[in-house]
Design a protein around this ligand. Sequence first.
Ligand code: WAQ
Ligand code: MG
Length: 260
Amino acid sequence: MWNVRMRASKNVRSVKSVKKQDILYRHEDVHISGAEGIFTEGEIVRVLSRYLKRAMGHSRGLPDKITFTVEKISDEPIKISPLSVKTLKCNSPEEAKILLTKRLLKLGITNAAIERAFNILYSKSTMRGAAMVKIISGLRAEPDKLRGVRASRLGIDKEFSKKLSKRLSKFGINNERVKEALILASKIAYHKNIIAEVCISDDPEYTTGYIASSLDGYLRIPNIKNFGDMSGGRVFFISEDADISGLLKYIEKTPVIIGE
Ligand code: WAQ
Ligand code: MG
């Protein structure tokens, strides 16, 4: 199996500084789009062309640099089931925040951690990866606070993918975006030290986000942000005392395939 990754970015000459958790970072690269998956050798060319099209036709703008990585995976992937999928009722970002707060509190996440997450998710300066927020203190745990941590080496069993498509079709949500998000959320929720994830797309025209956890599954939230809004991001809520290096290894390096 092969891990195929794409990253598209645009260099901005005017260097912008952002302050996060009292550390000053400099933004020179604007993230446009990223994608990845685990594929067989025969699928690589088709996937590369699909990713290239996605990078070149993105609503966040035209990139000036696109990087592809094609890497052989030697470890046998862990096979896990996907989370259950449900779409909640939500009419506005304000309603989304109330709904998210309720659900996160129920999962044992403090108001401090929730507030930290909202600041990241609704911030204008988007990250390439996800922030890791500790559930009690609300402190950030990822080593690179500007980039975040990227979930990598994840994919779906080919036969199972067809079955999943059929099921999603019944609800009118059979598309690459939903499938890729469900694969990522399922891998992330599988780790015992990740209590929940919240995601808002950074694409200005895509306004449905989600909250995911092994307890409640993958819950889609319409109108989590306003149409045209360029903000977005991902937050992984982690146990206060989690072994960070072990967790990073799982998120970034351990191959996981979604199957039956
Ligand atoms: N690992 C960690 N964080 C990531 C990754 C990754 N592999 N890919 C993206 N992110 C972060 C990054 O901060 C982006 O700004 C943010 O997530 C949003 O990424 O059920 O389209 O690819 O209708 O814009 C979810 C809802 C859509 C789907 C998610 O995210 C549905 C989406 P995007
Ligand atoms: Mg995006």
